[in-house]
Structure formats: C-alpha cells, structure tokens
Design a protein around this ligand. Structure first.
Ligand code: APR
Length: 392
C-alpha cells in the first residue's frame, strides 16, 4: 500500500504499530520530509474498526489541525464541555468549558480518527504494511518481521502498544516499569442509541461506578464497574440495562435511551510507565511507553503528545544530525505523563468506592464522598479539576 521501496535498505524511521501514536508520528514525519514505514500486525479493517477512546483534548486537536490532520475532527467532531456526577447525594453538573483554562474536549471516535490518519498517511505517500507483525527489535535498528523479513531503520519508533515488541526490547535492556493495578474492572459497552445525557455522566453507587459517554448521535459508550475476572458473556442486554438504571438512578433522574448492545468487553484498570521511553535507536510513544487507566480519558491524548514530541526530535536527528532532541525526549514527556497519571489516579479514587462494609471500606467511602463534595462546592477545586481534566 502506498510507496514501495526495497526493505533491505535502511529507512529513516521504522514505526511499529498503526494506532493513534504510530499514525500521528508517521504523518508528522512525512510532513517533514522524513521517510518512514509503518509495520502493523493486524489488517486494515481491524485497525480502522476498533472502537476505543473518543475524547480529544484541546492540545490534541491543535496538533492535528496544525499538521493538516484536523479535517475529520473539525467536520465530524463535537465539542463537549460538561460532565455531571450522580450519587445518593443528588446530581450536579460541571461546565468545565467555563472553568480552569476554559478548554473543551472534542468527541471524535477513535476509529474515525484512525481512518482519517491512515487515509492522510497514504495520501502523503507513506508506506503502511498491514499484517506485518514485528517479532523482535534489535539494537542495530533491524526489525524482524513475522515470516522472516527484516526491515532496517536509522531509528525505530515503538508505537505497538503494551504487548508489543518495543516494550519487550526495552525490558531486555533492563528498563524498569512503574506499575499500578487499580484492582477495578469496567464492563465497557457500546450501544446503538443516542446519548442519554448532554454531559459525560459519572454515577457513584454502592454497587459500583457507572459511566455514560457520548460517541456519535447514534452510538453511546457506557461503563459498569465489575469485579476483575468478569466474563462479558455473563452480562446479557437485560442485565446491563437493569444495572445501568440502578446505578445511574434513572428512577430519580429519568430513563436512558436504550438500543442494541454492539460490543461488550472487560477492561482492567491498570497503569504503568516505563522509566525510560527510549535510547539510541529505539524510541517509544503511546501505550508502548506507558499505559494509563481510562478513568480520565487520557490515553489517546498522551499518544498524540508523545508522537508530536518524538517527530520533532527525530527530524532534528535525521535532518540535522542533532540528537539533543532525542536525549531530551524523556525529560519532555515524563513530567506530563506523570501529571496525567496523578489526575487519572485521583479520578479513579473518586469514581470507585471500596466494596464491603468493614471499617476500612466505610472510611474509604467517606473519603470518596468528601472528594465529591469538595468538587461540588469549591470553585478552586473545580478550576483545578477542569485544568487537569482537559489538559495534557
Ligand atoms: N508488530 C506490529 N504492530 C503491532 C505489534 C507488533 N508486534 N504489536 C501491536 N501492534 C499494533 C496493534 O495492532 C495496534 O494497532 O500496534 C498498534 C498499537 O495501537 P494502540 O494500542 O492503539 O496504541 P497507541 O497508538 O499507543 O494508542 C494509545 O489510544 O486507544 C487509545 O486510550 C487508548 O491509551 C490508548 C491510546
């Protein structure tokens, strides 16, 4: 697909993985005249059809727009600036677009973003090889692809997610990972129904958290906290809607718009950060460099941020022989990554109360409600929330 060149030759950057990180990076490199090839283990249909995140921060939209990748986001994305919280204490809405830095999100389903990015990458003449799984990344810039082929790059960008070859290569070098298992899982459900609320909805409940997030006019995302190890098959459509109704307190606040369940998966909330996102020839971005729990919708936005920083550093290295940007990449990324993790972790504590009724669980739940009450009543807290919720 796109331009074909002899893969025994060395290319500027071999990008492993065609998720948001790899595709933004590839587009930015082509824009700067850097030759690259993207290796993606799955087929085009699978890559373009995978529904995941959907909330783009203002910074991500700026990056996409500045680099000629923003048409789809502008034309089909919907600005979103409110979130509401429900609990047994009632309901309140935060108009975060008027708080903090007065920034909003743009709702643009990830599969649409990925489709836009693939199309533009190919239009720019980039080479993208679907069905090409990187088996091993070697220190000298070679990537072994399943089937025996080797691709050589001056640099390798590991954008192949948390189970990819880039992480394995970093681990083999002795790079350590900081990790947290939040011991919480979400049943993530995609339904064929319009959003039920005009805001992102977060419902705190003794039975567990429930969430509502708009995707398009006809598709909505819901989340139900469930015990780790839950089998999605145990959740029938009836059970899903009954549990959503209970936790979102529809008796008090009005019904949800129902539709067929299109997809249900269980997501374990985990976070980790590699202590170094690269060295020498191999540099990581997106989930490969660190995984963030979805509680504050930061994953795709961190991927865009890292792709932007890495593109700049790789351009300096390849066009001007200056590796200072690459040396600086970790220092540029990590503080922002950790800020996002800190907020995401705080948010996770707000949304998920402890189970049970022993003294520790009662203490934990009381803290959860104190947090919620502070957010409801303190303008300073609301500004801080908004700044972190939309910022990256
Ligand atoms: N070889 C080639 N491709 C691979 C390999 C491999 N060995 N392993 C994984 N891949 C591909 C996957 O098939 C996938 O398309 O790498 C891509 C990684 O994409 P993502 O998992 O979407 O990761 P990333 O681009 O870092 O985006 C991260 O986006 O979905 C949101 O919030 C989510 O945090 C996440 C963010």
């Amino acid at each position: 697909m796109g331009k074909r060149f002899d893969l025994r030759e060395q290319v500027g950057v071999v990008i492993v993985g065609a998720g948001p990180a790899g595709l933004v990076l590839g587009n930015l490199l082509l824009e700067r005249g850097i030759d690259c090839v993207i290796l993606e283990r799955r087929g085009r249909e699978a890559v373009e059809g995978r529904a995941r995140a959907g909330f783009l921060a203002a910074h991500s939209v700026r990056v996409l727009t500045e680099h000629g990748l923003g048409t789809g986001v502008r034309e089909r994305g919907k600005p979103h600036s409110t979130c509401l919280f429900r609990s047994d204490q009632g309901e309140f809405t935060l108009d975060y677009g008027r708080l903090g830095r007065r920034e909003v999100h743009t709702v643009h389903p990830q599969q649409e973003l990925v489709r836009d990015l693939v199309a533009e990458y190919l239009r720019r003449g980039g080479e993208l090889r679907f069905g090409a799984r990187a088996e091993e990344i070697l220190a000298d810039g070679r990537v072994r692809v399943r089937g025996g082929e080797e691709v050589r790059g001056r640099y390798i960008a590991g954008c192949d997610g948390r189970h990819g070859a880039a992480r394995a290569a970093q681990a083999a070098r002795g790079v350590r990972t900081a990790h947290r298992d939040h011991r919480v899982s979400w049943l993530a459900v995609l339904v064929a129904a319009p959003p039920s609320l005009s805001a992102v909805g977060y419902a705190l409940h003794r039975r567990g958290f429930a969430g509502h997030m708009a995707r398009t006019d006809t598709v909505t995302r819901y989340y139900l906290q469930c015990p780790p190890g839950t089998d999605p098959a145990d959740w029938s459509e009836e059970r899903i809607w009954a549990e959503l109704a209970t936790r979102m307190r529809t008796g008090e606040f009005g019904p949800l718009r129902q539709g067929a369940v299109l997809e249900k998966t269980v997501v374990d909330l985990r976070s980790d950060v590699l202590e170094s996102p690269g060295a020498d020839r191999l540099w990581l971005a997106g989930d490969a460099a660190g995984l963030i729990s979805p509680s504050a919708a930061k994953g795709a936005n961190l991927a865009v941020l890292q792709a932007e920083l890495l593109a700049r550093a790789l351009e300096s290295a390849l066009s001007h022989g200056d590796e200072k940007g690459l040396d600086q990449y970790a220092a540029d990324c990590l503080p922002r990554v950790w800020r996002a993790h800190e907020f995401s972790h705080w948010m996770s504590g707000l949304l998920h109360g402890p189970a049970g009724d022993d003294a520790e669980a009662r203490y934990g739940r009381a803290l959860q409600y104190a947090r919620l009450e502070s957010l409801r009543t303190s303008r300073a807290h609301q500004d801080f929330f908004a700044e972190n919720y939309t910022g990256i």
